[in-house]
Design a binder for this molecule. Sequence first.
Ligand code: 3PG
Length: 398
Amino acid sequence: MYQLEDFNFYNKRVLVRCDFNVAIKKGKVVDDFRIVRSLATLFYLKKRGAKIVLMSHLGRPEESEPTNKKSQSKTKGLSLRPIQKKLEELLRVKVGFSAKLKGRLLEGRINRMKAGEFLLLENLRFDQGEEANSDKLAKDLARLGDIFVNEAFSVCHRQHTSVYLLPQLMPHCAGFNLVEEVEFLSKVRDNPPRPFTVIIGGAKLDSKMKVIDEFIIQADHILFGGDIADVILAVKGICLGCSWPQQDIAEKIKKIDLTSSKIHLPIDVLMSPDRSGDNYIRCGAPGTLRKEEEILDLGSETVQKFSEIIRQSASVFWSGPLGLIENEKFTQGTLGVGGALNRNKGALKVLGGGDTVPILKKHGLADGFSFISSGGGAMLAFLAKESMPGLLALGYKV
Ligand code: 3PG
């Protein structure tokens, strides 16, 4: 398996697969975390005089809202143009943009680039071949470059053209961030210092279920918050007011040994009939939830109980917020647990997914982590030991 340091990039056309799938509002990037994580590789390639061609997807065009004109509906709001602006700001150089993903004109433009210049291609998923893992698109893209660099760990769980087939057609290596992701997440997955605690919150139940199976074997403690805690409480029959999960999720939960002493569920929660919390917020045992109410955060006793477990842990992996953090009134679970992690200076601490990062940053609690993963679904797939086509294509034995 090759590293960036193994290549001479001078005047070479280098295709860099990034993950610029970031939050954009009103045409502006509002969370540049993933872009920032690719910068070390991009500066490295610039310094070594590569002609740098950047490729990424953004969103899921096939699933976007239909309008009258079909072709427009699939691309609306998903152009990488706002990313070009952000990159120029972060790289402090001009970044060219190509609306085309292939063709002779584009090839000519790339051939004429000077050493150290950047060109960003439009959203790869605007070509249906990307998600279809198309040979034809892979060959078209391969004509644009001499070397392929994958700096998109967060999409390595997808068997898509630019992630899986393209590297197989060209000399290739992993970017600095991808290497770091694999290194840190492997530590958590394969040999975590003990006691090892896993904290799981947030939504996206389907991808969370996969890791629970794995962690029930590997971890010493699993602390649950957010939607996933509610559905487990419902399946256990503790919280009759919690909404019953989809049948397939309920079936999966039933297969977990819910009596295991490793599993820790909220013992008190914040409940309210509305997400604004304007009407009233009350704290109580989850079993007291009324029909008109929703669980929106952890209660202080739960925070205390979770904090004590964290205090005694030698390694902790955390994925997903523990309450409705969009509303400041429901952040005590997430911030309480963030504080407990901050106080445990000696542990290996890995934080995953993007949602929790901004709020921890805002409250000065994001600095003490050993590693913050840029992956959401990819990180969970990696930890659950699922197949990672993007890593296999680079030569990783995972
Ligand atoms: C992510 O945001 O997790 C990655 O960019 C992958 O996106 P996807 O789930 O749409 O493939």
